[in-house]
Unconditional design. Structure first.
Length: 262
């Protein structure tokens, strides 16, 4: 809620989009085995029997209203949260009151991994729109992982992915120009939406430009100016929070010049 290095394919972040293959939230089941998002979540590639065992993991579903917290920094880790619907951000509040956005998270993402090493959450998780999550008690997950080695393997892969993501963000902030950062961010969103059956070219931004700037290490004015520049170049069309990518190859070329991935 995603950054650069060697020349590899660009991989994306979060936000909401215009659906092509619509995933109807009302048809998403509580059971992991019947949920249309489980391949994006914690349990890709498990057998039918293993998925049935996983069904008992989900303790409850929890609604998080826009602006409310899913969890707070400093609170002990008890559960992981699979986002069923909605959009959230993770952020850290500095002593001077400034907010630093650490990531954006959408349907199919898993939250709470930040606390696994210290057993305390390192950041706040705030809903950017009304959202619903599946709560997965960590003790139950650890117990089942001992019975299902493949589940433990998938969990380790997710942790590795998070580490790679954090490393990528560090490189993004340290070595890319503002245009490259924003292009990588938009491509990141594009890929994530596409993976969820939404349009990869047209979507609504659930975050503000100020939040985008906080995440990318850019000032609000820089984000607004760069978006306007992209629009003038014919790369995107943007109106308020509605964004359409009109030249995805152009954005990829911008990022590719730096040899990065997000």
């Amino acid at each position: 809620m995603q950054s650069p290095i060697r020349r590899i394919s660009v991989r994306p972040l979060p936000s909401m989009a215009i659906p092509l293959r619509i995933i109807d939230p009302d048809k998403l089941k509580t059971a992991c085995s019947t949920c249309s998002l489980h391949e994006l979540c914690l349990f890709p590639g498990l057998s039918t029997a293993e998925m049935k065992a996983v069904d008992h993991l989900v303790d409850r579903r929890r609604v998080v209203k826009r602006g409310d917290y899913l969890f707070r920094a400093g609170v002990n880790l008890h559960s992981l949260y699979a986002i069923r619907t909605g959009f959230l951000k993770s952020c850290v509040l500095h002593e001077d009151g400034r907010e630093q956005v650490a990531g954006f998270h959408m349907m199919g993402d898993l939250m709470g991994m930040d606390a696994i090493g210290t057993n305390q959450h390192l950041c706040d998780a705030v809903a950017l729109e009304d959202s619903e999550v599946c709560e997965i008690p960590l003790k139950d997950l650890e117990s089942l992982s001992r019975e299902i080695p493949s589940l433990q393997h998938h969990f380790h892969r997710i942790m590795s992915r998070e580490i790679a993501r954090d490393y990528g963000i560090m490189l993004l902030l340290g070595s890319m120009r503002s245009e490259e950062r924003l292009a990588a961010f938009l491509l990141n969103l594009s890929q994530r939406f596409g993976a969820r059956g939404y349009s990869a070219h047209e979507f609504h931004l659930r975050m503000t430009r100020e939040e985008i700037g906080s995440y990318l290490g850019l000032k609000l004015e820089t984000v607004s100016r760069t978006l306007s520049h992209f629009q003038a170049q014919g790369l995107i069309s943007v109106q308020n929070k509605h964004l359409r990518i009109t030249n995805i190859e152009g954005l990829q070329e911008l990022v590719g010049q730096h040899g990065c991935r997000t």
